[in-house]
Design a protein around this ligand. Structure first.
Ligand SMILES: *Cc1c(COP(=O)(O)O)cnc(C)c1O
Length: 381
């Protein structure tokens, strides 16, 4: 079969989504299934919908367009603030978009009027992570202005944490969002249907038994696709962590010294060579590299270790299990590696219909290790 390729088990994704949708429904929280790490795949979108997500969210209008073209039957949310230059596309394909700028909402309003549609708006509030969001003190005024625009329907407020600065959702910042929702409703009359409390990083808080207040929606991508929480990158109980695997093929297998020789300058991506001489090792090269994925986010099978990567080569120490030429090696991935592999035209995507099975955590031996740098490859942004 073609390599490299992502093997995507739709049954496991469905299981993960259904599990989280069920747990959150008990807390009156709906799930927007986030497809941005799936390149708007209609198959993955379909699995999320079968599992009961109430809407789909993507950060790219192109992905939403692709899902609309494929007739994926779901309300579509653009979860990144629209570009002014894409207002027409946004209004044509997304039912709802996340916004923080009145200039953008104004443009969406004219585009919606032109198209004879109403466009839904969720105003994003800054609660400390310092990515997108209106400062809480400016929210009331932004709501007042938003309500003036024709063909715009203010549907709710939301926040995003843990993405830029790693600020964790907790009782304090989640309560702040609820207080803001209550005060907007008090001032303008009950109007906020959606209070969206964040991404997969908010799961721990939402399922902790804490008072969830006004929060009635989460937007989940990573936790569904990878079965992991983004805060500590630990497997979530009851979820599959191997719904998606990346397969690459061996193109060279030789015993080589573990240390390079000659005068050492910088490598292609700024890595410095390993400092420990381990003597000769079975070095294996796979036909996959930085053009295909993020090598720092790959988890090799037991007995193999990633030594380095360039644009098109991944170098492994496979001393404990030498591999023949042509062998296929399967990796688990973190979010960064998944995103890059999904968006690389060099990586095939193979969907397996799969049956929806419960996890057998002990049998699967799928405990993840924390992210780590490739040997000596720091400082590469
Ligand atoms: C990516 C993203 C999400 C989904 O995040 P996960 O960690 O994958 O669950 C939710 N909301 C916004 C605004 C995002 O950009």
């Amino acid at each position: 079969m073609t390599a490299p390729r992502l093997e995507i088990d739709l049954g496991k994704i469905r299981h993960n989504a259904r599990t989280l949708v069920g747990q959150l429904a008990d807390r009156d929280i709906s799930v927007t299934g986030v497809t941005k790490a799936a390149l708007g795949s209609p198959e993955i979108a379909g699995a999320l919908l079968q599992a009961g997500v109430s809407a789909l969210g993507d950060s790219r209008i192109e992905n939403i367009e692709a899902m609309c073209l494929a007739k994926v039957p779901a309300p579509m949310t653009l979860i990144r603030s629209p570009m002014l230059s894409q207002a027409d596309q946004v209004v044509a394909h997304a039912d709802l978009s996340f916004n923080t700028e009145l200039d953008v909402i104004s443009k969406l309003s004219s585009a919606a009027r032109k198209a004879g549609r109403t466009h839904g708006i969720v105003l994003m509030v800054e609660l400390g992570d310092l990515r997108e969001g209106i400062m809480p003190g400016d929210l009331e005024n932004t709501v007042r202005e938003t309500l003036r625009f024709p063909n715009i329907a203010l549907k709710g407020i939301g926040t995003n944490l843990a993405c830029r600065s790693g600020v964790s959702p907790d009782a304090r910042n989640m309560a702040e969002l609820s207080v803001l929702a209550n005060s907007i409703d008090a001032i303008f009359g009950s109007m906020l249907d959606i209070v969206s409390g964040g991404n997969s990083a908010s799961l721990e808080w939402a399922l902790s038994g804490a008072d969830t207040g006004r929060i009635n929606n989460l937007r989940l991508g990573e936790s569904i696709l990878l079965g992991c929480g983004p805060l500590h990158r630990q497997p979530i109980d009851g979820l599959h962590t191997d719904a998606i695997t990346l397969i690459a093929e061996v193109i060279e297998a030789k015993v080589k010294p573990s240390q390079p020789w000659g005068e050492i300058a910088q490598a292609a991506f700024g890595e410095t060579p390993p400092t420990m001489d381990r003597g000769p090792i079975s070095q294996t090269i796979l036909a996959i590299g930085r053009q295909d994925t993020d090598p720092c986010g790959l988890y090799p099978p037991p007995g193999m270790e990633i030594l380095g990567a360039s644009s098109d080569h991944l170098v492994l120490d496979s001393d404990r299990c030498p591999q023949p030429i042509g062998a296929e090696i399967a990796f688990q991935l973190n979010y960064s590696a998944l995103l890059r592999a999904m968006t690389s035209p060099f990586v095939a995507k193979v969907m397996k219909a799969g049956t929806e099975t419960a996890t057998g955590r002990m049998a699967e031996d799928n405990v993840r290790r924390p992210d780590r740098d490739l040997v000596g490859s720091r400082n590469q942004g």
